[in-house]
Ligand binder design. Structure first.
Ligand code: FAD
Ligand code: NAD
Length: 538
């Protein structure tokens, strides 16, 4: 489980062992796929050896179970006997054994915190760790400053302030952090007869609307402001009902975000609401957990013989824009188990930046998804009916648009659905990067029929002289007169010519793992530095 089930399968006949992002995947034996694991968990077999009993596990006890045939691992306080899962683990037995007899939470989070281990390992649950006395959260180093005066606030103080009859409450959280310097985050709220506005002060001058994720569902209002690897979270149960739609705007230059809620009734609110988990905290994103909202399938269009453009609609009470080059997770229940897989939102076409937006508040999310008939997730996704709901997570990813500062030459190497992150990158580069002189895309596919958005790419190259596209086919028909083969030194050295000798260059690469890994190796051989390359890996 310390690796992603989504990336777990060797392709038919393959026996490769590939490294990706420091992790490795091992060929799984016949009958050891994720589907086989799901079947085993449903077979009613006693996988823990405890005949369904749940026990309290002490640290001493946990340490004893550190062998392959008797391997217990603790994840977030719950202890699992992972021995039966060893052979099904995509990252191999060795990776699981790194956490044998100990707390594997950090290791798990480093690799793929989005994996739904609760569902996957349900039948392996041994019990929970015996509770040790804990230091209350509010006794930690965090200093909270109320109305400019330094004070240590505990949860009850926060509740008192939030529910006090004072119409405006201001809380500030001050945390010295490495890399971000000393930042002060705070929020405030005010009301008119018909609306309530929550203002978040970030002091980040370049904050954009994709830094804020808002959801108001199931009695929980959540506004997550993302700054680098941290989240500032407002999480409350509103004191009164509001209308469904929510809007957000940035007040330029001062780093203020305003969220406007429309009241259902024209009453005066005495307080904003009651704090929920992690309210008014500034914490590493990985500790916040991925938040999902139910999105409705609006349409599904064929793009190639096996790739479709899915359009999903966010609930009106959500605001979410995926930053350039990032991905989200879609969740489906497949034969009784919750499975999540990452997908990269795209625009509805390569030209959408030049069109009137269909909806000004960007409530639609588009995905280009290849359906693998023998795949676990995509056939299920393909079977969804228009109107069905799919939970979609908040975005994740480590792509940094700061790399585009002063950028002159952008090279994109994409294979198959590896085109998806390039769609928003292309849009961003062509519309927002003033220094840009040239963007070149080399797009690798098996056959002509597999090329996603071929005519759009060609049209874009025709319209915008800064953009060029080259198609390379690995299994062309005899009629194909263009480039052929796999990624190679010859193809790359010809393609990656800088505009000028000293021009600032950036290269993005995305596709099947062996393609990306080989590409990165070749780029290093061609003397491109690590800093000049971004590889999209699982
Ligand atoms: P899988 O079950 O993973 O199968 C994939 C292939 O392996 C199929 O050909 C299947 O036949 C074969 N296979 C399955 N089981 C076995 C087995 N036991 N033995 C041998 N072969 C087997 N994809 C997109 O289409 N669009 C995107 O925008 C996109 N974005 C992504 C973003 C990120 C960050 C990452 C990491 C991946 C992204 N992907 C995207 C890929 C996506 O997450 C899934 O991996 C993909 O959709 C396949 O899912 P699946 O469960 O249907 O197939
Ligand atoms: P595909 O099987 O149709 O292959 C497309 C091209 O990739 C081939 O024509 C070939 O040129 C190249 N290729 C394939 N296997 C290769 C190998 N072993 N060595 C060298 N080159 C190889 O591709 P697909 O089915 O569309 O798969 C796309 C892949 O991109 C998936 O694995 C998906 O997970 C990945 N992806 C990743 C992200 C991300 O952000 N990390 C986003 C989207 C897609």
């Amino acid at each position: 489980m310390l690796n992603a089930p989504s990336q777990s399968f060797p392709t038919p006949g393959s026996q490769q062992r590939v490294a990706s992002g420091g992790r490795s995947k091992v060929p799984l034996k016949q009958g050891r796929s994720l589907m086989d694991w799901i079947r085993l968990t449903k077979s009613g077999k006693d996988l823990t050896g405890l005949k369904g009993r749940l026990i309290e596990v002490t640290e001493e006890e946990l340490r004893k179970h550190n062998r392959k045939d008797d391997c217990w691992i603790c994840i977030r306080g719950l202890v699992y006997n992972v021995s039966p899962y060893m052979e099904y683990h995509p990252g191999g037995e060795e990776e699981l054994m790194r956490a044998a007899g100990s707390d594997g939470t950090d290791l798990f989070d480093q690799v793929h915190r989005w994996v739904n281990y609760e569902s996957m390992l349900k039948e392996c649950l041994v019990g929970r760790m015996a509770v040790k006395p804990v230091v209350p959260r509010d006794c930690r180093e965090e200093k909270k400053i109320l109305n400019g005066k330094s004070s240590k606030l505990n949860l009850s103080d926060v509740c008192r302030i939030l529910s006090s009859p004072i119409p405006r409450a201001r809380l500030r959280t001050r945390l010295p952090r490495k890399g971000l310097g000393l930042q002060v985050y705070s929020y405030d709220w005010f009301q008119t007869d018909s609306s309530v506005t929550i203002a978040i002060y970030t002091k980040q001058k370049d904050i954009s609307l994709d830094s804020i994720i808002i959801d108001n569902q199931d009695d929980s209002f959540r506004a997550e402001t993302i700054i680098q690897d941290y989240s500032y979270l407002i999480h409350i149960r509103l004191s009164h009902e509001v209308q469904e739609d929510v809007s957000a705007r940035i007040v330029e230059n001062v780093g203020k975000i305003e969220i406007v809620l429309k009241k259902k009734e024209n009453t005066s609110w005495k307080c904003l609401g009651h704090p929920l988990e992690n309210h008014n905290s500034f914490i590493p994103r990985k500790d916040v957990g991925l938040h999902y909202r139910e999105c409705q399938l609006i349409s599904k269009e064929d793009v190639t013989h096996d790739t479709k453009l899915f359009c999903l609609k966010l609930p009106p009470s959500s605001h979410l824009q995926t930053p350039v080059g990032q991905h989200v997770y879609l969740k489906l229940t497949v034969t009784g188990a919750e499975i999540v897989k990452p997908y990269t939102p795209v625009s509805d076409s390569l030209f959408s930046e030049f069109k009137e937006p269909v909806l000004p508040n960007k409530q639609y999310m588009y995905f280009l998804i290849k359906i693998y008939p023998a795949g676990l997730f995509t056939p299920e996704l393909d079977h969804l009916q228009i109107g069905d709901f799919v939970p979609i997570s908040s975005p994740e990813g480590n792509f940094k648009i700061s790399k585009f500062q002063e950028l002159e030459d952008l090279f994109l190497l994409a294979a198959g659905t590896g085109l998806t992150p390039m769609v928003t990158i292309l849009n961003f580069a062509l519309t927002r990067v003033r220094s840009l002189r040239k963007v070149k895309l080399m797009f690798f596919n098996k056959t002509e029929d597999d090329i996603i958005w071929r005519s759009q790419l060609e049209k874009l190259a025709f319209k915008d002289k800064r953009f060029d596209v080259e198609f390379v086919l690995s299994a062309p028909t005899s009629e194909w007169t263009g480039k052929q083969g796999h990624i190679s030194p010859a193809l790359l050295s010809e393609f990656l010519k800088r505009n000028l000798d000293e021009s600032k260059v950036f290269i993005c690469i995305c596709g099947p793992t062996p393609f990306t890994e080989q590409g990165v190796r070749l780029l290093h051989d061609l003397n491109f530095s690590k800093d000049e390359i971004h590889s999209f890996t699982a």
